[in-house]
Design a protein around this ligand. Structure first.
Ligand SMILES: NC(=O)c1ccc[n+]([C@@H]2O[C@H](COP(=O)([O-])OP(=O)(O)OC[C@H]3O[C@@H](n4cnc5c(N)ncnc54)[C@H](OP(=O)(O)O)[C@@H]3O)[C@@H](O)[C@H]2O)c1
Ligand SMILES: *[C@@H]1O[C@H](CO)[C@@H](O)[C@H](O)[C@H]1NC(C)=O
Ligand SMILES: *[C@@H]1O[C@H](CO)[C@@H](O)[C@H](O)[C@H]1NC(C)=O
Ligand SMILES: *[C@@H]1O[C@H](CO)[C@@H](O)[C@H](O)[C@H]1NC(C)=O
Ligand SMILES: *[C@H]1O[C@H](CO)[C@@H](O)[C@H](O)[C@H]1NC(C)=O
Length: 368
C-alpha cells in the first residue's frame, strides 16, 4: 500500500504541531542577537529573481537586495502593483538622495504552468544571467475551501511546489551559466505537518476531507523533497546550490483568506510574530552570505539525507523526519516532473551543457 507511505502517524503529527507552536513562541528568543537585516556583500552585477515580490516577505527581500546594489527582477502575477511599488521605492531613493534602484517587474503567474514556461522561455531567449533565484511566492488559504489551478491541480501544490519546480528547472541553464549561483526556497516550519500521497502528490481536486492546513504543509514538504534530489543530483562543478529557509512566523497578507475578525486578532499577537522585514532576514541571509554556500557544499559532500535548511534565526537546522526520507524524495521528484510535463532527459541535457536550451523549452511548450 504505497498510498500510505507518506501518511503521518499520530505521534509524528502531534510532534509536528508542537514543533510549529514552539517555533512560533520562541523565534524572537533565537534571533534576539541578530540585527534586523543581515550584513550583505556588495551586490553590483548580481541578478536576482524574487517571485511574489508584491507583498510580505518577498517585497522586503526584493527591496533590500536592490538597495544592496543587485539587479532585481520582481516576478509577479500583478505587474501593475509591482510597477507602482517600484515607483514608490524610487521616490524614496530620490528623497534620500541615493542612487535609483536597478529593478524591473515581469509577469509570472504560478497558477498557470503556461505562464511559467513563457517566463522562462523569454528569459532564456535573451540569454540573461541569473545568480539568485528566490522562490518566495506562496499561498495558504487558511480555513479556505479547495481551489483548482488553470492546470486542474490543487492550488497549494501548484503554486507552492509544482510551478516553482518547473521554474527552477527551466531556469537551470541560466543558473548554470552564471555560477556560483543559488536557489533560495522560502520554506516553512509547517512542513513538519506535511505528508504526501505519491500516487497523485495530493494534487487531485475533489478528494474528500480537503484541509487547507494539510494541503499547505504537504506542498512545503514536497518542495523540500524536490530540493533534496536536485541538490544531490547536481554535480558540485555545476556551482548551483539549493537552500531552503524558514522565514519565521510573520505578519503578512498570508492571512488574507481568514475571516475579518480573525485577521484583526492575528494582528494583535505581534509580540511573537515577525514583521515582514524580519521575515526577510533569513531569506536575505541565505541569498547573500558566503558561508551558506560553504555549508551547502559540506552537506552535499557528506551525503546528508536532506538539502540545506536554515531557521528563521539564520542557522542551519534539520528538517522533519519525513523530509529526510530519500526514497520518498525521489518519488516526489519523479511525480513532479511528470505533473509539470518535463521529459526525463531534460535534466541530464541541461547539466551536461547540451546547447539549445531555448529549443528544449520550445519543444516542451509545444507538447503542451
Ligand atoms: N507569513 C508566514 O508566517 C510564513 C511562514 C512560513 C513560510 N512563509 C512563506 O513565505 C512566502 C511568502 O509569504 P508571505 O507571508 O510574504 O505571504 P503574502 O504576503 O501573502 O505574499 C505572497 C506573495 O505570493 C504571490 N503569489 C500568490 N499566488 C501567486 C501566483 N499564483 N502567482 C504568482 N505569485 C503569487 C502574492 O502575489 P499578490 O501580491 O499578487 O497576491 C504575494 O506577492 C510563502 O512561500 C509562504 O509560504 C510564510
Ligand atoms: C493567474 O492565472 C489564473 C489561472 O489561469 C487566473 O485565474 C488568474 O486570474 C491569473 N491571475 C492574474 C493576476 O493574472
Ligand atoms: C487539518 O489538518 C491539520 C494538520 O494536519 C490539523 O491540525 C487540523 O486539525 C485539520 N483540520 C480539520 C478541520 O480537519
Ligand atoms: C524515478 O524514475 C526513474 C526513471 O524513470 C526510475 O529509474 C526510478 O526508479 C524512479 N524512482 C522512484 C523512487 O520511483
Ligand atoms: C524550491 O526549489 C526547488 C528546486 O529544487 C523547486 O523545484 C521547488 O519547487 C522550489 N519551491 C519553492 C516554492 O520554493
Amino acid at each position: 500500500m504505497e498510498k500510505n507511505i507518506g501518511r503521518l502517524s499520530w505521534g509524528d503529527w502531534i510532534w509536528g504541531l508542537i514543533h510549529v507552536f514552539l517555533d512560533t513562541i520562541t523565534q524572537r528568543v533565537w534571533s534576539c542577537h541578530l540585527q534586523p537585516l543581515p550584513e550583505m556583500p556588495a551586490m553590483a552585477g548580481v541578478t536576482c529573481i524574487v517571485t511574489g515580490a508584491t507583498s510580505g516577505i518577498g517585497l522586503n527581500t526584493a527591496r533590500e537586495l536592490a538597495k544592496a546594489g543587485a539587479h532585481v527582477v520582481l516576478a509577479v502575477r500583478n505587474t501593475k502593483a509591482a510597477n507602482e511599488l517600484i515607483k514608490l521605492w524610487q521616490k524614496d531613493q530620490c528623497a534620500n538622495g541615493v542612487p535609483l534602484l536597478d529593478v524591473e517587474a515581469l509577469e509570472l503567474n504560478l497558477s498557470s504552468l503556461k505562464s511559467v514556461r513563457q517566463f522562462a522561455k523569454d528569459w532564456e531567449l535573451q540569454n540573461r544571467p541569473l545568480h539568485i533565484l528566490i522562490n518566495n511566492a506562496g499561498i495558504f488559504h487558511m480555513a479556505g475551501s479547495e481551489r483548482v489551478s488553470e492546470d486542474r491541480l490543487e492550488e497549494h501544490m501548484q503554486v507552492n511546489h509544482l510551478a516553482p519546480s518547473l521554474l527552477t528547472m527551466l531556469l537551470l541553464p541560466s543558473l548554470l551559466r552564471s555560477g556560483p549561483s543559488r536557489v533560495i526556497n522560502v520554506s516553512s516550519a509547517m512542513h513538519h505537518l506535511g505528508s504526501l500521497d505519491f500516487e497523485d502528490l495530493n494534487t487531485t481536486p475533489g478528494k474528500k476531507g480537503f484541509n487547507s492546513t494539510a494541503a499547505y504543509s504537504s506542498s512545503k514538504l514536497a518542495q523540500l523533497h524536490f530540493s533534496n534530489v536536485l541538490q544531490r543530483t547536481l554535480p558540485e562543478e555545476a556551482n548551483v546550490d539549493i537552500i531552503s529557509v524558514h522565514p519565521g512566523e510573520v505578519i503578512t497578507n498570508v492571512v488574507r483568506t481568514l475571516p475579518k475578525w480573525l485577521q484583526v486578532a492575528y494582528k494583535f499577537i505581534p509580540f511573537f510574530l515577525f514583521t515582514p522585514l524580519e521575515g526577510a532576514r533569513s531569506v536575505l541571509f541565505c541569498a547573500t552570505d558566503p558561508h551558506v554556500l560553504e555549508y551547502a557544499r559540506a552537506i552535499r559532500a557528506s551525503n546528508y539525507p536532506s538539502a540545506p535548511y536554515f531557521s528563521s534565526a539564520c542557522t542551519p537546522v534539520s528538517v522533519a523526519k519525513q523530509a529526510m526520507d530519500l526514497d520518498a524524495a525521489f518519488k516526489t521528484w519523479n511525480k513532479t516532473l511528470e505533473l509539470v510535463g518535463l521529459p526525463d532527459y531534460y535534466f541530464q541535457r541541461v547539466v551536461s551543457g547540451v546547447p539549445g536550451q531555448a529549443e528544449t523549452i520550445e519543444t516542451i511548450d509545444e507538447e503542451d
